[in-house]
Design a binder for this molecule. Structure first.
Ligand code: TRP
Length: 373
């Protein structure tokens, strides 16, 4: 098996999360921390119960501060480079839950220059088009506009650039090279970029003139950015941001890498029609079932590699009881691949039909979310 690669700009191979925990130096979320979150939130989100959010930095510190009355803010983001798919929605759905349960502000960054700088063939104008499209998906998830601020790198440059320069002055080219795999051929924008991604982790304290703890929910591939951010912020007089990190929604074709909208077989997009979803799941979703019904009845299916089952687990079956039943029935051969796919298609389509209605309504709401300073 090829060794997996996980950087902010590439995720490939069969991701070994235990190895990442060691290599990145993050901590696993243990039962004690889960209990503390449960105590505050009144319940545990299924993404915590199922260890989809599995790792963190300084979560204990963040909760200690919260207990002392020092509320945190949330920071996450999306670099517009294409349409939003189900894998993108996963950490945002969880972020919305945190916002609701803790009643805190969210700063949502749209680095609309990032993918332009990093992706061959993506024009600046295309990225701008996706910027507004992607905002609709974020708004559609129901974030509270009074507590949510969209920061757009090129539009809020007046606020951000000076702060980014303070970060950049503390980072050498050789640090960025080793953290991100950049080299002498990398363009200048790429070399500077991580300093822009650091800014929202301390912009609220800058604007409000007081220290405020920050926690960043993100997929584990973004950790190299925040490792650097954490090194630098104390030198500028700010707290290190905490983080809570999730694994990747598997791509349709199996367990390797992550869902992506730029691969030839695209992931399931937030704008897909019921027929698109049905077709993608039936045609492409990797199945853990056996080759024939007879064999399946005899030997059962393998949920650990079955993509429809994984989608239920990661996003669409909130009930543990129901998920366990499905797991049991599929593994024993009682439930067939066709049934698994049918159930998953229905669940996804129910979600998307609501999401798409809210997405339509979001078109008038963008100004409410844009940071105006
Ligand atoms: N770099 C992220 C992307 O490629 C976007 C991003 C900016 C982000 N700030 C973030 C993601 C904070 C998670 C948390 O989409």
């Amino acid at each position: 098996m090829a060794k997996s690669v996980v950087t902010p700009w590439e995720v490939s191979g069969n991701v070994d999360y235990d190895r990442l925990v060691k290599e990145f130096g993050v901590s696993k979320i243990d039962e004690k921390l889960l209990e503390r979150i449960r105590k505050h939130a009144g319940e545990l989100h299924f993404m915590l119960r199922r260890k989809i959010f599995f790792a963190h930095r300084d979560l204990k510190w963040l909760l200690d501060e919260y207990d002392k009355g020092n509320k945190f803010f949330l920071y996450t983001g999306r670099s517009p480079s294409g349409p939003v798919h189900l894998g993108h929605l996963l950490p945002w759905i969880f972020t919305k839950w945190l916002q609701d349960k803790f009643g805190v502000e969210l700063w949502f960054q749209f680095p609309d220059e990032e993918k332009f700088l990093f992706k061959q063939g993506l024009s600046y104008e295309q990225a701008q088009k996706y910027l507004f499209e992607n905002m609709l998906d974020v708004i559609a998830l129901g974030f509270d506009s009074k507590k949510t601020h969209f920061l757009v790198d090129t539009k809020n440059a007046n606020l951000m650039y000076g702060e980014a320069c303070k970060v950049a002055k503390k980072i050498t080219f050789s640090m960025v090279k080793s953290s991100f795999g950049l080299n002498e051929q990398s363009n200048l924008g790429q070399i500077f970029y991580t300093s822009m991604q650091a800014v929202p982790a301390f912009l609220p304290p800058v604007l409000k003139g007081k220290e405020i703890p920050c926690i960043i929910p993100h997929a584990v591939d973004q950790d190299p950015h925040f490792r650097l951010t954490r090194d630098i912020l104390p030198k500028l007089g700010y707290y290190k941001p905490a983080s809570i990190q999730c694994s990747f929604l598997p791509p349709l074709t199996g367990s390797e890498g992550k869902m992506s909208s730029s691969e030839s077989i695209k992931g399931i997009l937030s704008t897909d029609s019921p027929a698109d979803v049905k077709n993608k799941i039936n045609k492409y979703a990797f199945s853990g079932g056996q080759a024939t019904v007879e064999e399946h009845r005899k030997r059962g299916g393998d949920c650990t590699v079955d993509v429809p089952f994984q989608y239920l687990k990661y996003l669409f079956e909130e009930s543990d009881k129901k998920l366990n039943e499905i797991e049991k029935d599929y593994s024993s051969g009682k439930m067939l691949t066709g049934d698994m796919k049918k159930y998953t298609i229905e669940k996804i389509n129910n979600f998307l039909s609501e999401h798409q209605k809210r997405r339509e309504k979001a078109k008038d709401k963008i100004p409410e979310f844009l940071l105006k300073i």
